[in-house]
Write a protein that binds this ligand. Structure first.
Ligand code: RFL
Length: 423
């Protein structure tokens, strides 16, 4: 049977874990569970075709790839991804190449997010025989503060309401999901930050104009280039928040990119058709704690970091590794006990669950570290365009320090690569 959309299989009524959302976080949790033989179901509002073509991230940290590899999830990525060992700042009309690979021996992988999602869906359904329901509607999470939570949804084929009873809910439904709302309001807080800055996010059908990520620091605003593949390149242009993409026709976009990324001796930008043009209002948030009762949030459902330092998917995958492993450890220990009987087995045992108990705290240490780095880098990108001579001076001082102080360079490389020994 083709298990991809399971249109003719009855909806499961029970599963150990319901994973809400089939992004990088949810699919990774699902794959970890299935590898250990844990029964689970993934619920996704979009179609499979849609999620396999939705372009987003591309820069993946090396430690993340190693962690995917350990879980049998990096085969295609390791074969196809580019390795990046440098980034380039452009300021004062010159190129300043920062070779973090030479400094640390480490690199980034560049692999478009939708290809990773495609790999993860295929592995989950075809290899690990996981159950995934696409196109579900009106997902609701119930009773997470009891031993018997459940998730209900409307089946797209029958229009019927379905309920899946479970032991745990993994809320991996991204920034616009519903699982966060199931946290009891008095038990969590949301820390928010708004940069007051917009980015026009662009995808161009063109090869990258340089072999590495470019950060253009310019008095008229930041411009960035993020290679994605030999055929497609992502660009960013700082603009007023709430600006309309319609204000940015093809000619204006390329003229502005050329101006803000100009540097002596730099090759011409390679122009191409713009296949995506979106306005991002740059903001961050962090939900603390990331869990309540039997609901555990992971990825953008719990924290958003503006794409300043290319950290969001890396954090989502970090959460997913911790959550998947902790759920497996908990459920394996429970195997053979009264999992769907009276529920007493789980309730009466003193909780020696280091993994699940410590999950939120372990995630949040890295989350806050990455948030702080994004703040720091945001000032580097945007300080000069603030129109205040003082901020121009301090921004340029920060940049120069990266190229004059080995300690500052090492600290930057560590944060950019996410390689601190402890978080
Ligand atoms: P996702 O990827 O948003 O997946 C959530 C999934 O849940 C579904 N969903 C629901 N399913 C069931 N019921 C509901 N009620 C649901 N509501 C939503 C959604 O359809 C979706 O399939 O969250 P996840 O898994 O936490 O992954 C997070 C990453 O997608 C995100 O952090 C990154 O894309 C951020 N990001 C980058 N991160 C990096 O690490 N490196 C990068 O280079 C990078 N570049 C970027 C980025 C984000 C960008 N945008 C979109 C702001 C570049 C851009 C332009």
């Amino acid at each position: 049977m083709n298990s991809l959309e399971r249109p003719n299989t009855p909806a499961p009524q029970r599963a150990s874990v319901v994973v809400v959302g089939a992004g990088p976080a949810g699919l990774t949790v699902g794959n970890i569970l299935r590898r250990a033989g844990v029964d689970c179901v993934v619920l996704e509002t979009e179609t499979r075709e849609f999620i396999e073509q939705r372009p987003r991230a591309g820069v993946i940290e090396e430690w993340v790839v190693r962690a995917l590899e350990q879980r049998g999830l990096a085969g295609n990525l390791l074969r196809k991804a580019q390795r990046h060992t440098a980034c380039e700042f452009r300021f004062d009309g010159r190129q300043h190449r920062f070779s973090y690979g030479e400094l640390t021996g480490r690199h980034h992988f560049v692999y478009p997010q939708h290809l990773l999602v495609t790999d993860l869906v295929r592995e989950y359904t075809d290899v690990r025989d996981g159950d995934i329901r696409f196109g579900v509607r009106d997902v609701q999470v119930h009773d997470v503060d009891t031993d018997r939570p459940s998730v209900s949804y409307t089946c797209p084929q029958s229009g019927q309401r379905q309920v899946v009873h479970c032991e745990f809910v993994a809320g991996c439904d991204g920034a616009r999901g519903v699982t966060r709302r199931a946290l009891p309001p008095e038990q969590f807080r949301v820390a928010r930050h708004d940069y007051g800055i917009g980015w026009l996010s662009l995808l161009a059908e063109a090869p990258p104009s340089s072999d590495c990520v470019l950060f253009g620091i310019h008095e008229d605003g930041f411009a960035g280039q993020m290679p994605r593949s030999p055929e497609v390149t992502r660009y960013y242009l700082q603009c007023p928040p709430g600006d309309d993409p319609a204000n940015w026709p093809h000619e204006r976009v390329w003229a502005e990119l050329r101006r803000r990324l100009a540097a002596k001796g730099a090759p011409e930008l390679v122009e191409g058709r713009l296949i995506e043009k979106r306005m991002l209002d740059m903001h961050d948030y962090v939900v603390e704690p990331m869990a309540s009762g039997r609901l555990f949030l992971a990825g953008d459902a719990a924290h958003l970091v503006a794409p300043i330092a290319a950290k969001g998917m890396n954090l989502a995958l970090h959460d997913a590794f911790l959550l998947g492993d902790a759920l497996v450890a908990h459920l394996m220990r429970d195997a053979g006990s009264d999992r769907f009987g009276t529920g007493r087995a789980g309730r009466d045992r003193p909780d020696g669950d280091g993994g699940l108990e410590g999950y939120s705290e372990a995630c949040l240490r890295r989350v806050w570290d990455y948030q702080e780095f994004s703040q720091w880098l945001s000032e580097v990108y945007h300080g000069q365009a603030a129109g205040e001579p003082y901020r121009t001076g301090t921004t340029i001082a920060r940049l120069r320090r990266l190229f004059t102080s080995p300690l500052a360079a090492a600290a930057f490389a560590e944060q950019y690569l996410g390689t601190a020994e402890r978080y």
